[in-house]
Ligand binder design. Structure first.
Ligand code: ADP
Ligand code: GLC
Length: 474
């Protein structure tokens, strides 16, 4: 019943986006359902690591090409996250502050994977299943099944979850020597478009791959940054399971990061109190509708459209709403947004940076949350927004399509549009403003939103059923 989740991120240890939220919650819910799920991730020199006590449970040495690496496996002493947390620490490689973007990222993540396999292999552990997340752990299925070093583990089922099919972690064949004693007749399994592609290798070698919504599973065959044909060919192995949210953390009744806690019974009062706190922090008028955006400022999120769309909406509805933006990413987009703020200081505020507590307050205090994503495998923001009675305004794609129904349709509670375009965003804003003036209708929709169940209770069962289909012991 022992499952290892491998990931580059895990909330609250290290987070860039939704991957962290999923890996910080899914194992906890699996353990509540009777499994023994643990998380293994690289060591980062960050707040959580500094503030918690870890035991060294293993020390070893391994090779990355000709480079000898000493590593240790640290375990958080109390299992306070609801699962065992293991960190792979490699001095000089995996002991830094940031999660991504180092020039030797390939070396970092390959070493992470080898150290993990060496650890479980030398310490004679026999997990019942290994669950890898995104390309950072994508070489594990290949190495398990095609390296002499790990033959003892070669019957272990592997599941690979794709949170983002745009990033593959590809590197050149000149680095093949990083991989330990592999069967050279199998190197084709590592290859895609003339390079070693960890995402492609994982899809080819894992027992099953999953992605985080049924619609995104289909979309991978038409938009996955060059892997479309592979996803088409391997489609029989694919499963779409929508993410859940951690309702212990994302709960407006108890959330310590918001200004005023509220339940569905006092939704208008509660949201207004949070809106006032939020608006006073950013000098915006709290009586106007507040539309917000939270997220990475990258092309997949449609962030490049925001400045133009917000300005056009201000021109169409001058002084009729405010817009608040929390995010960081592409420098060009950040600059454009900061310039917009200089032009519309009373209606628009942008906070460039990452601020977990502020994000909670934005979900609680906003009326609408805009998500014009070009690609959205699942999206968690819309699920958090719904839980806090904030109406998501989403492009019909990926997980957004699977979780939001337009309020104009039967059983609907959100706003949906088809294109990641300035026109569609402006149209969505216009609809939101009309709805805002129909207080009764908006109130009844907020009650529907808050009653929706996107908890992990449901989604984690789907993963457990999948595990069981691969290993009846589980
Ligand atoms: P992705 O993983 O693609 O970035 P998701 O919607 O799955 O998108 O998850 C994004 C997560 O990151 C959410 O928890 C969201 O609140 C958080 N987030 C994104 N940007 C910021 C930011 N600038 N400050 C605080 N939280 C952020
Ligand atoms: C990725 C996706 C996002 C998803 C998250 C968690 O970062 O971009 O849509 O919600 O992973 O699965």
């Amino acid at each position: 019943m022992r499952i290892f989740h491998l990931s580059a991120e895990c909330y609250p240890v290290a987070k860039v986006g939704g991957l962290a939220d999923v890996v910080g919650a899914l194992p906890k819910y699996q353990n509540l359902a009777g499994l023994q799920a643990a998380v293994v991730m690289p060591y980062y020199n960050r707040k959580f690591v500094k503030e918690n006590v870890f035991d060294t449970v293993f020390q070893g040495a391994t090779l990355l090409g000709t480079r000898r690496l000493y590593f240790e496996i640290l375990k958080e002493q109390t299992d306070k996250l609801g699962f065992e947390l293991f960190l792979v620490r490699i001095p000089g490689l995996l002991d830094r502050e940031e999660i991504y973007s180092y020039p030797d990222e390939t070396e970092q993540f390959v070493a992470f994977q080898i150290a993990f396999l060496d650890w479980i292999s030398f310490s004679q552990q026999s997990p019942d299943l290994i669950h890898c997340h995104d390309h950072h752990s994508g070489l594990i299925p290949f190495l398990l099944y095609h390296s002499k070093l790990y033959t003892r583990l070669a019957n272990t089922p592997t599941i690979f979850t794709i949170h983002n099919g745009q990033y593959h972690g590809a590197f050149g064949w000149d680095k093949l020597s990083y991989l330990p004693e592999i069967d050279l007749s199998k190197t084709g399994l590592l290859d895609w478009a003339g390079g070693i592609n960890p995402l492609a290798a994982a899809v080819k070698c894992c027992w099953r791959y999953t992605t985080v919504s049924p619609t995104y599973l289909q979309e991978l065959t038409i938009n996955s940054n060059g892997l479309e044909y592979l996803f088409y060919m391997e489609r029989a192995k694919g499963v779409g399971i929508i993410n859940g949210i951690d309702t212990d953390i994302w709960n407006p009744k108890t959330d310590p990061m918001i200004a005023s806690n509220f339940s569905v019974l006092q939704v208008s009062k509660g949201k207004q109190a949070n809106k006032e706190a939020l608006c006073s922090r950013f000098n915006l008028a709290p009586d106007k509708p507040l539309v917000s955006f939270i997220g990475r400022l990258v092309i997949e999120k449609g962030a490049d459209l925001l400045a133009t769309a917000i300005e056009q909406s201000f021109n169409e509805h001058p002084g009729q709403f405010n817009f608040l933006l929390l995010g960081a990413g592409e420098k060009e987009t950040e600059i454009e947004l900061l310039q917009l703020k200089a032009f519309y200081p009373d209606w628009f505020h942008v906070f460039i940076g990452y601020d977990e507590a502020l994000a909670h307050l934005v979900y609680a205090g906003s009326d609408f949350l805009l998500m014009p994503s070009r690609v959205e495998p699942c999206g968690l923001n819309q699920l958090y927004a719904l839980r806090y009675g904030t109406m998501p305004m989403v492009r019909t794609t990926g997980g957004l399509k699977d979780t939001v129904i337009d309020f104009g349709d039967e059983g609907g509670y959100g706003i949906r549009y088809n294109d990641a375009s300035v026109e569609d965003i402006c149209e969505a804003v216009s609809r939101a403003l009309v709805l805002f003036n129909n207080t009764k209708h908006l109130q009844s929709l907020r009650k529907i939103m808050m009653a929706l169940d996107f908890s992990w209770d449901r989604s984690s069962k789907e993963y457990i059923n999948l595990y069981k289909s691969l290993n009846p012991i589980i």
